[in-house]
Ligand binder design. Structure first.
Ligand code: PMP
Length: 360
């Protein structure tokens, strides 16, 4: 069987080149005589792998010296608690923008440890836009300001970052890290689960400005303390060794492809193909306010839930899989992360045109 075009929101497609390289090195890694999965995380050969992963990520994201890179576990969801536990260091207040389910979960978690001020929300329209932010509603003494740069379920993204002055900006970048250029200097903390643009599930990457480390609340569990992980080079305990190795291969691939600027260019091109068709079609419709359209997750609907189901079924039979929208919103969603080739998007649009002709 051939590989399909997998439009899953995550875990999602990995570059075929990366999978093949991993296959080559799977049973015996270089001259180690064993698989990466079998190595001690304390061995020299593994230390080289994790060091290289970090160096590559620093290079492709242009991460400044005064930021630590942590390779953790627990998914992005654990960061919903780790962020407040570590960053509630003065007022124990934080500003949050409610742009979807993941932001809501982050708000709920932070509310357990301090005061959350929701500065804006797009819940009134099923989160199909990013709300305008009014600086006068920001808390001047907030310990941090929290956003979700790309909202995986609804397909929205910030096209402009909020200006939070001296208040550190914290970003859940799970579904668009490495897909477009960001200036890391603008953030206090960036975190992301790996399973969309970086590698397999099991790895969570945290990029944190050094001055924000070392102020965790007393109740913080050891494993949730950034300082512990920073002081131990992400090896306080056993890190997700194989996921880090695959992420290293993905970082190499991104670099080889021309880095994040090249990724952004091709992502814009890929997304445009689908959005242009959705704008032209009188059958399929994009669901997001155009200004806030994501480059990674593109939700759309046909004229009825019955036709949606028929579309998903027929697409699957053609090797265009995982197009069903999130269970909370319905319709369809095409996730087109870095590893989705442009041919995948073109094939999808051709299929949509054919389906439209046959069903309108
Ligand atoms: N934040 C965003 C933006 C996500 O898309 C997801 C997962 N899809 C999460 C957080 C939760 O990630 P995890 O499953 O790694 O906890």
């Amino acid at each position: 069987m051939d590989r399909v075009y997998n439009f899953s929101a995550g875990p999602s497609m990995l570059p075929e080149e990366v999978l093949k390289k991993a296959q080559e090195e799977l049973v015996i890694y270089r001259d180690a005589g064993m698989s990466v999965m079998e190595m001690s995380h304390r061995s020299k050969v593994y230390q080289d792998i994790i060091d290289e992963a970090e160096a590559l990520l620093r290079e492709i994201m242009n991460i400044p010296e005064n930021y630590k890179v942590l390779f953790l576990q627990g998914g992005a969801s654990s960061q919903f608690a780790m962020v407040p536990l570590n960053l509630f260091r003065k007022s124990k207040k934080a500003d949050y923008v409610k742009t979807g389910l993941w932001a809501k979960k982050a708000i709920a978690e932070a509310s357990r440890y301090g005061t959350v001020n929701v500065v804006a929300s797009s819940e009134d329209a099923t989160f199909n836009y990013i709300p305008e932010l009014d600086k006068s509603t920001f808390s001047p003494d907030a310990d941090y300001f929290y956003i979700t740069t790309n909202n995986t379920i609804y397909g929205t993204r910030y096209t402009e970052l909020p200006d939070t002055g001296d208040v550190p900006l914290v970003a859940d970048m799970s579904s668009n890290i490495l897909s477009e250029v960001y200036d890391v200097n603008k953030f206090g903390v960036i975190f992301a689960g790996a399973q969309k643009n970086m590698g397999p599930a099991g790895l969570t990457v945290v990029i944190i400005r050094e001055d924000l480390i070392g102020h965790a609340m007393d109740i913080t569990p050891t494993m949730f303390n950034y300082q512990i992980h920073a002081e131990n080079g992400s090896m306080y305990n056993t890190p997700p060794t194989y996921s880090i190795y695959i992420a290293k291969l993905v970082f190499e691939w991104v670099k080889k492809m021309g880095g994040v600027p090249a990724m952004q260019k091709i992502n814009e091109e890929k997304a445009k193909i689908l959005y242009d068709y959705l704008d032209d079609s009188s059958f399929f419709k994009g669901t997001v306010v155009p200004k806030y359209r994501s480059l990674m997750n593109i939700p759309f609907v046909s004229p009825s839930p019955e036709l949606d189901a028929k579309f998903i079924k027929e697409a699957t039979a053609k090797g265009l899989v995982n197009l069903k929208g999130h269970r909370t919103v319905g319709g369809m969603r095409a996730s087109i992360y870095n590893a989705m080739p442009i041919e995948g998007v073109k094939t999808l649009v051709e299929f949509m045109k054919k389906f439209e002709m046959e069903n309108r």
